[in-house]
Design a protein around this ligand. Structure first.
Ligand SMILES: [Zn+2]
Ligand SMILES: [Zn+2]
Length: 350
């Protein structure tokens, strides 16, 4: 079978490997789609993963079970499943005991496609430890192209659930990529009053409005974001809850200094890899509550699939390209026109 393997910095190769077979407590899944995540692009750029290289990338996977190992009772051949980060760890750490597997102290580096060695950028994918991997059956009426978006959309779902957002709140969502778009939709479904999207690409305005944003502010062009928000809200103060979904310091700084009302909440969904350049004393006098949010739980993946199956949410336009394994670098990991792209999927059968 073909597999996409990361060897090092900008060294990603498509190679021929033997098709895996399932040992005890294992499954083999024929991959239908694997999503390319920002994390994969980062791994490719820096040539590092939380595991020894080489490694098959791909942690956003959907496919069909084709082989079931001895001792597996929850799955059978033909089941359509998605495969995410590990579920509860073997050690049952304090986080996992509380059901907060997203902050498991052992789990994240064990995720297939992140902590190695097998990922979904391949025709077949070996689930090495069924009991400790997030495997969820996909409802029959859910399109696999929607199911595979779980990794990005559940980040938004978790962030909104982690927040103290309530019906009727005015909100700002900073960042207009897939996480920002999905957050907008959940806030709309959740009954937000005014939803203001803050971004740097005005071409996205129609899509943002389709997802539920009432207003769009271009953060690069607007001279006084704080004042513009107050004008929209018809209020001397900013939004009740603000969601940072862009993953950079400029956005976080806007959220804290320009967007949130005194005593309001900023929820940080983006993974910001820059040093903090904010001065706590300059905003602590307004007592904003700053809440970090990290990935999602299996329960939230199930909620996502249920809501999709019931038609309560939909993500039109989210998948902007479907590519083959051979196109993985040029049209995926090293794509030049990234700005116009939302989610790129790999179909290993192309
Ligand atoms: Zn991801
Ligand atoms: Zn744990």
């Amino acid at each position: 079978m073909k597999a996409g393997v990361l060897y090092g910095k900008q060294d990603f190769r498509i190679e021929e490997r033997p098709r895996p077979s399932a040992g005890p407590n294992q499954l083999v899944v024929k991959i239908e789609y694997a999503g390319i995540c920002g994390t994969d692009v980062e791994f490719y750029k820096i040539g590092m993963v939380p595991a020894p290289l080489p490694m098959v990338l791909g942690h956003e996977n959907v496919g069909t079970v084709v082989e079931v190992g001895e001792g597996v009772t929850d799955f059978k051949v033909g089941d359509r499943i998605l495969c995410g980060p590990p579920s509860a760890c073997e050690q049952m750490c304090p986080s996992c005991r509380r059901g907060e597997t997203n902050v498991c102290i052992y789990g994240f580096p064990k995720t297939a496609g992140i902590g190695g060695p097998d990922g979904g950028f391949a025709e077949y994918f070996l689930v090495r430890d069924v009991a400790h991997t997030m495997l969820v059956k996909i409802p029959d009426n859910v399109d696999p192209k929607d199911a595979v978006l779980f990794d990005v959309i559940c980040v938004s779902l978790h962030g909104v659930r982690k927040s103290r957002f309530k019906v009727g709140d005015n909100v700002v969502v900073s960042g207009t990529g897939p996480i920002g778009l999905a957050a907008i939709q959940f806030l709309k479904v959740g009954g937000a009053n005014k939803i203001i999207a803050l971004g740097t690409n005005s071409e996205k305005e129609p899509l943002l409005k389709k997802y539920g944003a009432d207003y769009f502010i271009n953060a690069r062009e607007c001279k006084d974001i704080g004042n513009e928000i107050k004008k929209i809200l018809g209020s001397p103060v900013g939004a009740d809850v603000v969601f940072e979904c862009a993953g950079n310091m400029e956005s976080l700084s806007n959220c804290i200094y320009q967007c949130v009302k005194p005593g309001g909440q900023v929820v940080v969904l983006g993974t910001i890899q820059e040093p903090m350049n904010i001065v706590p004393g300059s905003f602590s006098i307004f007592e904003p509550d700053i809440q970090f949010s990290f990935v999602y739980t299996e329960e939230e993946v199930r909620i996502y699939l249920d809501m999709l199956a019931a038609g309560k949410i939909s993500f039109p336009g989210m998948v902007t390209d479907i590519i083959s394994l051979d196109e993985c670098v040029e049209k995926g990991l090293d794509r030049k026109d990234r700005r116009g792209q939302l989610k790129i999927l790999i179909n290993p059968n192309l």
